[in-house]
Design a protein around this ligand. Structure first.
Ligand code: ZN
Length: 155
């Protein structure tokens, strides 16, 4: 899509029923649900948002979710899990679902995301830890049955 029209349009996610700025979705996919979005005019975005009673996901929440996704998928782990589980969904959807699962895990307390005190160049400073690997495997197998997980989860 031509960047020249970016300034005049927003991207609309039919799933989340909200609009995003182009700079918040560089690949034209919804940062929350990964669905492909289509550009709509600024006024249409405002009107639709009003009609949908726009569910605003704060930017900081979106960034947080992106960070979770980056942590568990780095070093090709996302692809490795995808290949191992061979789920019946496209990769982007798989990634979004596992990210959602880990987010819930963090809420429930069986996953912990470890972050450095300040931004770090060392990737190992960003990691996730499980209270029990079993719980993760269990949850994954509920999401994507049947299941064959190689080794341990990404740490
Ligand atoms: Zn969405």
């Amino acid at each position: 899509m031509a960047r020249s029209i970016s300034r005049h349009t927003y991207l609309w996610c039919t799933e989340c029923r909200r609009s995003y700025r182009h700079e918040d979705a560089p690949d034209d996919r919804c940062p929350v649900c990964h669905r492909e979005m289509r550009p709509i005019g600024k006024f249409a975005a405002i009107a639709r948002g009003l009609m949908a009673n726009e569910l605003v996901t704060p930017d900081i929440t979106i960034r947080h979710r992106q960070l979770i996704r980056l942590i568990w998928t780095r070093n090709g782990m996302g692809e490795r899990y995808y290949q191992a589980l061979a789920p019946d969904v496209p990769y982007t959807k798989f990634e979004a679902r596992v990210t959602e699962l880990l987010e819930r895990g963090a809420t429930e307390g069986w996953v912990r995301f470890v972050l450095p005190a300040a931004p770090s160049a060392s990737e190992g400073d960003y990691r996730l830890e499980f209270d029990s690997d079993e719980r993760f495997v269990q949850e994954l197998s509920q999401l994507f049955p049947p299941l064959a997980i190689p080794g341990s989860p990404p740490a």
